[in-house]
Write a protein that binds this ligand. Structure first.
Ligand code: FE2
Length: 388
């Protein structure tokens, strides 16, 4: 057996740790660009608090609060130009995956030329990682979550081709990640549920991945257990501190999986769904395919699926029988958190399924190839049609 593990991010976890933002960021630069979405962090007061903490630590702050859900490259280019003109030398991403990923993307855009050469594969099918010129990044997550604060990926959509792709490389790891469950207390139930489904998908994809290892297997299982135990409580009552803490821990464990294994077939179609239909949130896109995914491939990894099924309540001693019940168990769980949705429910046009399958093959093939067993275009279509 041989495997490697690398994750250089300093993780600060716990209620109230947000207050350390200034002292943790100040050693990394003098002028921070604070990158966030348009509404949530301002409404919750955390944008102002973040600015105050950075200024109290002696830093200059430029606020860039223009990040929409499923951001496109144009807002990144604008952010890069603003950061360069203002002389920002450290990026702080505050919010969900879109805000944190955009901070990472802007850390590259401010110091590199065209972003496309890093976002799209070259003729040899390889993407270039950004260079050491990438500005240092601090990531503060307000969801539990995309785990962007712990991964070397930064997702963005290329507007012309509608490709929801990502930068990938070690310089995209945040220097510091702050995972303070208190920031999630004001997250609405539907966002709590959607981002929680993202955690499940990172964990189960990593658990069955061809490139998993004993470390990621342990973390994946712990993440799945924590989501099964705490997501319904966090959705039902956002002020449930134990549930919020459990979900933030799940987000951490799944992030450590994701950072090593990447994703596979569910994200392989999930990103193209939101790339083509930007109004579909990432977690909802994944929720549409989760049940059909389990139905389609449980036989390829029956032992792992049996374990997943039992975590979600299947009481069967025979592995194969338990594994065959994974899809039903996941469907029941999605129902409990109001995420048992179809692509049709989300307004994805049926004639778009072919385009989504083509997109998956064109620019998510590296992720899809980590699925156990062969995945053809027919498999992608089968998955999408069963999720419609
Ligand atoms: Fe994800």
């Amino acid at each position: 057996m041989e495997f490697s593990y690398y994750n250089p991010t300093r993780l600060i976890f716990g209620e109230g740790t947000f207050s350390q933002l200034g002292e943790l960021t100040a050693p990394l630069g003098r002028h921070a660009m604070l990158v966030t979405g348009r509404y949530a962090m301002e409404r919750s007061g955390y944008l102002q608090k973040a600015q105050d903490l950075l200024e109290q630590a002696g830093m200059q702050v430029t606020v860039f609060n223009k990040i929409p859900p499923n951001p496109t490259l144009d807002v990144i280019v604008e952010g890069g130009r603003t950061a360069k003109e203002a002389g920002c030398d450290v990026l702080v991403g505050l919010g969900g995956g879109s805000a944190m990923d955009s901070a990472k993307n802007i850390a590259v855009a401010a110091t590199h030329g065209s972003m496309l050469e890093f976002l799209l594969p070259n003729q040899a099918g390889k993407k270039r990682p950004p260079t050491e010129a990438t500005l240092p990044i601090v990531a503060v997550t307000s969801t539990a979550g995309t785990s962007s604060e712990l991964t070397p990926f930064a997702v963005v959509t290329v507007p012309d081709s509608r490709e929801k792709t990502s930068l990938t490389g070690d310089t995209l790891y945040a220097r510091v990640a702050i995972d303070d469950p208190e920031l999630t207390y004001s997250m609405p139930p539907e966002v709590t549920a959607g981002t929680g489904v993202d955690v499940i998908c990172h964990a189960v994809e990593g658990y069955i991945s061809r490139v998993g290892n004993p470390i990621t297997d342990q973390w994946a299982l712990r993440a799945i257990e924590l989501v099964a135990a705490h997501l319904p409580g966090a959705v039902a009552d956002g002020s449930n501190q134990q549930a919020r803490r459990g979900m933030m821990l799940a987000n951490v464990f799944a992030g450590y999986v994701l950072s090593q294994t990447g994703t596979n077939i569910m994200h392989g179609v999930g990103h193209p769904i939101s790339g083509r239909c930007p109004e579909v949130p990432h977690g909802a896109a994944l929720a549409t395919v989760l049940v059909a995914w389990a139905e389609m491939i449980w036989e390829r990894a029956p032992e792992q699926f049996a374990t997943i099924a039992r975590i979600f309540g299947v009481d069967e001693s025979d592995d194969k029988v338990a594994a065959s019940q994974t899809a039903a168990a996941l469907k029941a769980f999605l129902n409990r958190v109001n995420m048992d949705v179809t692509l049709r429910d989300l307004g994805v046009p049926e004639d778009m399924l072919d385009v989504i399958a083509d997109d998956g093959q064109r620019y998510m093939h590296h992720a899809i190839a980590k699925t156990p067993g062969e995945v053809t275009r027919e498999h992608l279509m089968q998955l999408l049609q069963a999720s419609y």
